[in-house]
Design a binder for this molecule. Structure first.
Ligand code: ADP
Length: 488
């Protein structure tokens, strides 16, 4: 039993649990049963959290890399020790099936172990100067306070990504977890860092009720101490926040949606392709930004591929994520169910063929595959991702035409190509305008050390140690021996 499902919950500010005066119900997406009552934060509480992070910054930034490393390694140990409890919390709060929940725990511990070494990365360069006797240095420095918005979908890992990348490079952090997953996208992380002994104020968590995100966001944008906004969510919300960041002259890191295509060429291993698509499309019931949304298959192998894929998809067990063997849990909300149903109904009304799925019980929507979807149906329009278990398959005659169609989307997160000719695959891959492309792999893959992130409307910023570019800035410093060179 976790203390995080006792009620009511608190905020975590300056290394202590701070009771709130207002609370809201956090409900299980499976059946609307009560998970916990979380603190309904206010602007004043967000301001207190920012002030705590600001006070903690100088000492955290100056802490020796070895001391920081010891803290991250301790957090990894605690995370692994709490595996079963975290898997349970992810099931009841975010509808996460065991395979994905367990993967998130391992990936998070792995990211902590990676981040533990980043304090030792080079922290600058020496440059040549034309001024005699001058040495020029570029010093890499943390930004200050980074304010994060953590999402509900890959709640546990994505919250860690939002927290650890800035902290590993010497920043302090305030987060506002999604109102749909305050426990697994924020409070759990606070508990773990607290137990690991992180200094007060290095991480602060302020939760908020549905419909009250703006007050917290206002505090982030208005605070001079906040130097960067680190957002994971929809491009719709990112546009609103981006306009505000422009006004406030704050940096942003954005991890947004995707409409991720897969090309299956005639020479592909069809069993591998079917496995990769079944996983890529239906992992976490299609609620991950890297899920495969559309597959273009060479016409010669189209029917065989669809048959192999459908056979796999029909075996996926849907239901309560706490039950053994379930891989497809509930969608997060009635809105998500309605969107998935509406997209399928529209496509079918316009003449699409239903290969499998199409049914829904409560919020558990069966993994659904459509073919022959007319191009004016929203399900197949690359401008609008359906955040649910819906996959569209289309046959192609010319790979060049398929590549062009697959690129006809404002998003640019992930893409994949299945082929027996890796060289050809790599050549096609190089022409995808995406932040990630896999040859002979699913569109979704997660390794803590690799730089995930998007281009175009999928956002900017990268994970792994490449995040040093996002969460540090450089300062030029010079030292001159002897007389200077001045024009007068
Ligand atoms: P999702 O649909 O994946 O929840 P959203 O982009 O709608 O993605 O929300 C992501 C986060 O942004 C959530 O934590 C939510 O609280 C916050 N949010 C949504 N709308 C606003 C807004 N107008 N101002 C500030 N924050 C917002």
């Amino acid at each position: 039993m976790s203390s995080l499902i006792e009620t009511p919950q608190s905020h975590y500010i300056n290394g202590a649990w701070q009771a709130a005066s207002r609370h809201f119900d956090v409900l299980n997406p499976l059946d609307d049963s009560l998970v916990t009552r979380a603190a309904a934060g206010t602007r004043a509480e967000a301001e207190a959290a920012i002030a705590a992070a600001d006070r903690a910054f100088p000492a955290w930034a100056a802490l020796a890399p070895g001391a920081r490393q010891a803290l991250f390694l301790k957090a990894a140990e605690i995370t692994e020790r709490r595996h079963d409890e975290i898997v349970h919390l992810l099931a009841i709060e975010a509808g996460t099936a065991r395979a994905f929940a367990s993967f998130q725990v391992r990936l998070s511990a792995n990211l902590m172990r990676q981040a533990a070494s980043w304090g030792y990365l080079p922290c600058g360069d020496l440059l040549r100067s034309d001024t005699p006797g001058r040495m020029a240095m570029v010093q890499r420095k943390p930004l200050g306070v980074v304010a994060g918005f953590t999402p509900w979908n890959g709640a546990f890992f994505l919250a860690w990504r939002t927290i650890l990348l800035p902290m590993a490079f010497g920043n302090t952090v305030v987060i506002k977890p999604s109102e749909l997953a305050p426990v697994t996208a924020g409070l759990l992380q606070a508990e773990i860092l607290h137990e690991a002994g992180f200094p007060p104020g290095t991480l602060n968590v302020v939760t908020h009720a549905p419909g009250e995100a703006e007050g917290i966001a206002d505090a982030f944008f208005d605070a001079r101490a906040v130097r960067s906004i680190n957002f994971t969510g929809s491009d719709r919300t990112a546009r609103i926040l981006g306009a505000r960041a422009g006004q406030a002259l704050k940096r942003m890191v954005l991890e947004l949606g995707g409409y991720n295509p897969m090309l299956v060429l005639e020479d592909a291993d069809l069993d591998h392709a079917a496995q990769a698509v079944n996983f890529g499309a239906f992992f976490h019931q299609g609620q991950i930004c890297m899920n495969t949304r559309k597959v273009y298959v060479a016409r010669a192998v189209h029917d065989a591929f669809v048959a192999k894929l459908a056979a796999r998809t029909r075996t996926l067990k849907a239901g309560n994520p706490l039950e053994p063997g379930v891989v497809v849990g509930p969608l997060i909300s009635d809105g998500a169910v309605a969107q998935t149903k509406a997209r399928i109904a529209e496509a079918l009304a316009k003449g699409a063929t239903l290969v499998t799925g199409g049914t829904c019980e409560g919020r558990i929507h069966a993994p659904t595959i459509l073919t022959h979807v007319p191009k004016d149906a929203l399900a197949t329009k690359g401008c609008d991702e359906t955040f649910g278990p819906l996959l569209v398959i289309e046959a192609f005659d010319e790979v060049e035409a398929a590549l062009q169609k697959a690129q006809d989307t404002p998003y640019g997160l992930s893409a994949a190509i299945m082929t027996g000719n890796a060289g050809k695959g790599l050549e096609l891959a190089s022409r995808f305008d995406t932040g990630i492309v896999h040859v002979n792999g699913a569109t979704m893959a997660g390794e803590a050390s690799l730089p995930n992130g998007g281009v175009k409307d999928s956002g900017w910023g990268r994970s792994g140690h490449y995040a040093v570019e996002d969460f540090t800035e450089i300062r030029l410093a010079t030292v001159t021996h002897g007389p200077g060179m001045y024009p007068f």
